[in-house]
Design a protein around this ligand. Structure first.
Ligand code: NAD
Length: 400
């Protein structure tokens, strides 16, 4: 993962004519905090916070609790965050944190102890103007609330701007839940506008109908009546219809704990995840996992546009093959930037002791996403590159 991230950055930097020393500067991390957290129960876990770059503002990036977390993964994710915040035009840097733990094996009181000790160790190195962590895989608003409380106890900070992703009654922002999916809708709308296809009917399949995928589908249904959702999947099956599916009804079905393999409605067929990748649709939205489209299954995709809402859902090998076939891939660092944009807006609200309406948050999100998307399409055209390379070029221009 670190190698892939470095290769992407190096390629874009070379296109801009940067020398070896400047490229080294872009790749190296500012600080790497590696420590152990011991619980009262004597369980011990490896913990990390990597701060990659604060050239544009405080380090920003999530904390993941996962058994496979290691230093190289955290380094790669921290590095990519700097490029994501830069490409999105935010006054923030990049960082990432993690603990090598399976949180499902911890008792609730152990999870709280782990979260508080993580914040306690890092308190001297983080804070509203230094480094602002957020939730990521297996961490949530409750975990962040414990961390904010611990940080406030140690430092006396009352702003709650030390972390984002807090619960709503503890300084969290309205609109955060939907932000990544909503941002994806805006990125796709800007691309279609750019291609002169904004008033055409567009057919869509969504792989992964979780938080991001379901908000993408429901926001799209509300804002773009000419976009037709023909398929959606969860981890074991998908639903498909030649007539548009009702995104709100599907969302309700999933919220109530339904599995797509058991979904019953006239005209709706149950398909496999592999089939979903193979459908004859205009846009394939990947909102599930990394490497979902890879060397073994890249052939099936018939869509002319792929929207990367998950992180790294198209493997490097598949990316090259699909690009050769003329498929336009909207890269994750822009397509899913809505999440970090609303995290930024949460931080601004905390610092200014304000609480914005959801409407205002969505307007600000739209402003950032439209600008970042337009910059992306313009650079790709001028430099004659893929959108992915263009995103890194835009980020590098701001980071050097
Ligand atoms: P989630 O757990 O809510 O949803 C994931 C969905 O993918 C679930 O519906 C799950 O059933 C489905 N899924 C799992 N394996 C699948 C498979 N093999 N085929 C099809 N579907 C499968 O997670 P989320 O928060 O929606 O995040 C989705 C992706 O977006 C992740 O890669 C995450 O890292 C990325 N992301 C999320 C955010 C955010 O704000 N939540 C921000 C940026 C990136």
């Amino acid at each position: 993962m670190l190698e892939t991230a470095h290769a992407l950055i190096t390629r874009a930097a070379k296109r801009l004519g940067l020398g070896d020393e400047q490229i080294e500067g872009l790749l190296k991390t500012d600080h790497e905090h590696v420590f152990k957290i011991e619980l009262g129960s004597s369980k011990s876990f490896d913990a990390y916070r990597v701060q990659h770059s604060n050239k544009l503002g405080p380090y920003k990036g999530g904390i993941r609790f996962h058994p496979e977390v290691d230093l190289d993964e955290v380094r790669a994710l921290a590095t990519l965050m700097s490029f994501k915040t830069a490409a999105a035009g935010l006054p923030l840097g990049g960082g990432k944190g993690g603990v090598s733990v399976n949180p499902k094996e911890l008792k609730p009181e152990e999870l709280e102890e782990l979260s508080r000790k993580y914040a306690r160790y890092l308190a001297p190195y983080i804070g509203p103007d230094k480094d602002v962590p957020a939730p990521d895989v297996n961490t949530n608003a409750q975990i962040i609330d414990w961390m904010v409380d611990e940080y406030a106890k140690i430092t006396g900070d009352k702003t709650k701007a030390s972390f984002t992703g807090k619960s709503l009654n503890n300084g969290g922002s309205l609109g955060r839940d939907a932000a990544t999916g909503r941002g994806g809708v805006i990125a796709l709308a800007q691309l279609l506008k750019h291609l002169g296809r904004e008033s055409q009917d567009i057919t869509i399949a969504v792989q992964g109908f979780g938080n991001v995928g379901s908000f993408f589908a429901t926001v799209a249904a509300a804002d773009h009546p000419n976009w037709k959702l023909l398929a959606a999947s969860d981890s074991d099956a998908g639903v498909y219809s030649t007539e548009p599916l009702d995104a709100i009804e599907l969302d309700k079905y999933k919220q109530d704990g339904g599995r797509f393999r058991a979904y019953k409605k006239e005209g709706v067929h149950i398909i496999s995840n592999e089939d979903l990748l193979n459908l004859d649709v205009d846009v394939l939205v990947l909102a599930a996992l990394g490497d979902a489209v890879n060397q073994t299954n890249y052939k099936p995709s018939q869509a002319s546009i792929i929207l990367e809402l998950a992180n790294g859902p198209v493997s490097e090998a598949a990316f090259n093959k699909l690009s050769e076939r003329g498929v336009t891939i909207v890269p994750d660092i822009i397509a899913n930037a809505g999440g970090v944009i609303v995290s930024y807006l949460e931080w601004v609200q905390n610092k200014e002791s304000e609480h914005w309406s959801e409407e205002r948050v969505n307007e600000e999100l739209e402003r950032y996403m439209v600008k970042a998307s337009d910059d992306l399409y313009e650079t790709a055209e001028k430099q004659d590159t893929s959108l992915k390379e263009a995103a890194f070029i835009n980020a590098i221009r701001r980071l050097i």
